[in-house]
Ligand binder design. Structure first.
Ligand code: MN
Length: 708
C-alpha cells in the first residue's frame, strides 16, 4: 500500500532541493504513522486526504515547509502527536504552520452559535502571523469539498454554506480565482441543486453551437493580432456556473436572457500588446459601450489585472473578452500563491512589493478599509473593524479596539486588577502597563498591593470601562483640594503650549466656557479636570477657538493654529485624530474647493458648492488639499456627440495619455446623438480640465462636462 503513496510523494518532491525533499518525506512519515488506522467517510485511508492537500499546495507552487505542514495539517487534531514532536522532527516553521491551521480548525470554526463574521475575524488573527496558514486551510477545504459527497445531506449543506460565505470570499480576497471558482461551484451545486442543473443543461444544449462560434471568433481575433505581429494565446472558456447564477440575480434575468455563457481570454507578452490588442479587436468587432474595463491601469484590490471588453459577434450576441499578460494570468488564477513562488526565488519587484504591502494593510486591519464600501460589498461581509484579539493565559479570547493597552486588558478582567496593575507578561515577556495590545498576544497581568490609579492613566486607556473605573477611583480616593490644584496645573500647562495662560484670557471668555460645560465656578472646572472627568485638552482647545473667533473678528491674527497634513488633505491640528472620508454626493477631486462637515462618523469632505453643504446647519470645518496628492479620485464626465464609430476608442486613448483612467462607461442614444457617461479616476481637477479641453476639440463632440 505504501507503494501507492510513494509515487504521489515523489511527484510532490519534484523540483525541491535535497533538504526540502527530506523534510517532505519526514512529514509524510509522521502523517502516515499518525493517521495509520484512520479512515475518511469515503472509506479511504485518512492519509489520502493529507496527500491531496499537499498536492494542491504543490500545484500552487508553495514552498516545501507549507507542503510539509499540509501533510501534517490534521495531525494535532486527530492523532496523539504533539506540536513539540512535530517541531523536533521537522522544524519550528512547519510546527508553527501546523499549529496555526489546527487552531483555525479546532478553536475557531467549531465554536457554536458564533457569527460567521466573528469567526472570520479570528481567522484573520491566525493569518496575521503567517499567511500560509490560510493557504493551507484553503487547500484543505478544497479537498474536503471535492469529496463532500460522502457526508450526509445536512452536513453537506452546512459545510457548503460556510464555504460559500467564508472560504470563497477569502480566496477571492487573496486573488485565488481558480480555487474560488471550484469552491463556489461545488457549494452552489449542493445549496441550489435545481438552479445548478438548469445552468448545466443550458450549457450542454448550447455547447456545440457555441464552441463553433467561439472557435470562429478566436480565429478571427488571432488572425488580426498576428497580422499586426502580436503573439498571443487565445482560449475559449465556459464561465463558471456560480458566476452565471450571480449574474442572473444581479441583473434580474432568467437564464434564457443570459447570452454570454462563454468567454474568450487572450494572453500576450507585454502590457503594450494588451492595449494594442484591444484597439485591434474593437476595430473588427463592435464593442458594447460601458463594458470596457481597464484593470491594468487600475488593478483590483486583490491585484487582479486585465483588460475587459464585451463585443458583439456576427449574430449580435455579446462575448466577453479578457486580455492580459502571462504574469497577470498567473496572478489572476493563483493570486497570493503566485507571489509565493516569486518570493521563493527572492525576486521582489516593485509590483510584488505593493502586493505584499496590501496584504500587510489588510492584516493590520487599517481603518481606511472600513471606508471603502465597494471593497466590503465585494466581500459581502463587514470585516476589518479595528479590532485586536488577545488571549488570557487560560486561552480565553478578548476583543479590544486598536490602541488599547495592558491597563484596558486588566480592567476588562476585574476593576480591582486594573487599579493594582503594574504591568504584564505578554507572551512571556515583561512589559509596562502602557504596552499597546497586539493581535495574538497572550497576557498575564502583574499587580501590586501598593499600586493605585492616577490621572495620567486616563491617557493610557482606550476603553470606556477602564476610564469610568479610573475616574471613580480618583473621585473616591483623592481629596478635592488636591484635585483642584492638579486640574489647574494641567490646564495651565496645556495653555502654555500656545503661549497662553488663564491670566491672559479675558473673564468673559472663561465665563463662556463655564456656561458651555455647566460649571458654576472655575474651581469646579479644575476639580472636574483633576478627577479626570473632562480633559484639559478639550477645555484648552475650546478656549483657543473662542479666542480665535474673537481675533478673527478683530482681524488680528495672534495665534496661528498648526495645520495638520493627513494623507491628501490638510486639517486643523485639533481635528487630527478624527477620521475623514470623501463624500460620494459630490466626489471632490484635488483642486476643487472643499469643506468639511462634522458627522457622527467623522469629517465628511464635500465640494464647497455641493448641495448638501448648503443644507447643513452645523459649522463647516476648514480643510484643504495637500500640495502633493498620492491617491486617485473618482469623477464623472458626460459627453454628447454625433454617433460615429471609433469615438469611444479615441476617448479611451486620449484619457490614458492624460493620466485619466476610465473605470466604467455607459452610453445611450439621445435624439440621434450618442450620450456617454464615463466614471473616471484622476489625480487632480486639472487633469479633468485638460482632458475635457482636448475631447471638446474632437470632431463631432457637441457637449462635454464634468457631472460630479
Ligand atoms: Mn483536513
Amino acid at each position: 500500500m505504501a507503494e501507492n503513496y510513494e509515487s504521489n510523494i515523489n511527484e510532490i518532491k519534484i523540483n525541491f532541493d535535497e533538504k526540502s525533499q527530506k523534510l517532505i518525506e519526514e512529514a509524510f512519515n509522521i502523517a502516515q504513522k499518525g493517521h495509520l488506522n484512520q479512515k475518511r467517510k469515503s472509506g479511504e485511508p485518512y492519509i489520502t486526504h493529507c496527500i491531496e492537500v499537499a498536492k494542491i499546495l504543490k500545484q500552487l507552487g508553495m514552498d516545501a515547509r507549507t507542503i510539509a505542514a499540509g501533510l501534517l495539517h490534521d495531525i494535532v487534531e486527530d492523532t496523539n502527536f504533539s506540536i513539540e514532536e512535530i517541531k523536533s522532527k521537522t522544524d519550528d516553521e512547519v510546527a508553527f504552520l501546523v499549529e496555526g491551521v489546527s487552531y483555525v480548525t479546532a478553536k475557531i470554526f467549531k465554536r457554536k452559535g458564533e457569527k460567521f463574521s466573528d469567526s472570520l475575524r479570528k481567522m484573520f488573527l491566525a493569518m496575521s502571523k503567517d499567511i500560509r496558514v490560510v493557504i493551507i486551510k484553503l487547500a484543505d477545504r478544497l479537498h474536503n469539498m471535492r469529496t463532500i459527497q460522502f457526508l450526509d445531506e445536512e452536513k453537506q449543506k452546512k459545510i457548503a454554506y460556510e464555504t460559500l460565505n467564508i472560504y470563497a470570499p477569502l480566496s477571492h480576497r487573496f486573488g485565488m480565482q481558480k480555487i474560488k471558482s471550484e469552491l463556489e461551484d461545488i457549494s452552489f451545486k449542493i445549496l441550489y441543486p435545481e438552479q445548478y442543473s438548469q445552468i448545466e443543461n443550458k450549457i450542454k444544449e448550447k455547447k456545440g453551437q457555441s464552441e463553433n462560434k467561439i472557435y470562429f471568433l478566436q480565429k478571427k481575433i488571432k488572425d488580426e493580432l498576428e497580422k499586426n505581429k502580436i503573439a498571443c494565446e487565445i482560449y475559449g472558456r465556459i464561465k463558471h456556473f456560480y458566476s452565471i447564477y450571480q449574474k442572473m440575480i444581479r441583473e434580474n434575468k432568467i437564464l434564457d436572457d443570459i447570452y454570454d455563457l462563454f468567454a474568450i481570454r487572450i494572453i500576450t507578452d507585454t502590457v503594450a500588446n494588451c492595449y494594442a490588442s484591444i484597439g485591434l479587436i474593437h476595430n473588427i468587432l463592435k464593442p458594447i459601450p460601458g463594458r470596457f474595463k481597464d484593470y491594468i491601469a487600475m488593478p483590483k484590490t486583490n491585484m487582479y489585472q486585465s483588460l475587459h471588453t464585451t463585443v458583439l459577434d456576427d449574430e449580435g450576441i455579446p462575448v466577453e473578452i479578457q486580455i492580459r499578460t502571462h504574469e497577470m494570468d498567473k496572478i489572476a488564477e493563483d493570486g497570493i500563491a503566485a507571489h509565493w513562488t516569486y518570493k521563493e526565488q527572492k525576486k521582489f519587484d516593485s509590483k510584488l512589493d505593493s502586493y505584499f504591502s496590501w496584504i500587510k494593510q489588510v492584516l493590520e486591519l487599517q481603518k481606511n478599509l472600513k471606508e471603502g464600501e465597494d471593497f466590503i460589498k465585494e466581500l459581502r461581509m463587514d470585516l476589518f473593524d479595528e479590532e485586536i484579539f488577545v488571549f488570557t493565559p487560560k486561552g480565553e479570547v478578548k476583543e479590544f479596539i486598536k490602541g488599547a493597552t495592558v491597563l484596558d486588558f486588566a480592567y476588562s478582567i476585574h476593576s480591582d486588577l486594573g487599579d493594582k496593575c503594574i504591568g504584564a507578561k505578554v507572551n512571556g515577556k515583561w512589559v509596562s502597563f502602557k504596552y499597546e495590545l497586539q493581535n495574538g498576544d497572550i497576557i498575564e497581568i502583574l499587580k501590586s498591593a501598593n499600586q493605585h490609579p492616577t490621572l495620567d492613566w486616563l491617557k493610557i486607556v482606550k476603553t470606556a470601562k477602564a476610564k469610568n473605573r479610573i475616574r471613580h477611583w480618583l473621585k473616591t480616593n483623592n481629596d478635592a483640594k488636591q484635585s483642584i490644584e492638579k486640574g489647574r496645573e494641567l490646564l495651565e500647562e496645556r495653555l502654555k503650549k500656545f503661549n497662553l495662560s488663564l491670566e491672559k484670557i479675558s473673564d468673559d471668555l472663561i465665563e463662556k466656557i463655564l456656561i458651555n460645560y455647566n460649571f458654576n465656578k472655575l474651581d469646579d472646572l479644575f476639580l472636574s479636570i483633576g478627577f479626570g472627568e473632562i480633559s484639559e485638552i478639550k477645555i484648552a482647545n475650546n478656549l483657543i477657538r473662542l479666542l480665535k473667533e474673537r481675533m478673527d473678528v478683530a482681524k488680528e491674527k495672534i495665534i496661528e493654529q498648526k495645520k495638520y497634513i493627513r494623507g491628501d488633505i490638510i486639517v486643523d491640528s485639533n481635528l487630527s485624530e478624527i477620521i475623514y472620508r470623501f463624500a460620494r454626493c459630490c466626489n471632490p477631486v484635488p483642486g476643487d474647493s472643499i469643506t468639511g462637515i462634522l458627522t457622527k462618523k467623522g469629517i465628511s469632505i464635500h465640494r464647497k458648492n455641493c448641495i448638501n453643504v448648503k443644507r447643513v446647519s452645523t459649522p463647516l470645518i476648514d480643510v484643504s488639499w495637500n500640495e502633493q496628492v498620492s491617491n486617485y479620485y473618482l469623477s464623472k464626465l458626460k459627453i454628447i456627440a454625433e454617433n460615429k464609430t471609433n469615438l469611444i476608442n479615441e476617448i479611451i486613448t486620449l484619457s490614458n495619455k492624460n493620466s485619466v483612467y476610465i473605470v466604467s462607461m455607459n452610453s445611450s442614444i439621445l435624439n440621434g446623438n450618442i450620450k456617454l457617461e464615463f466614471s473616471i479616476k484622476v489625480k487632480t481637477q486639472e487633469d479633468i480640465q485638460k482632458l475635457v479641453d482636448i475631447i471638446r476639440n474632437i470632431e463631432g463632440i457637441k457637449e462635454i462636462k464634468r457631472i460630479i
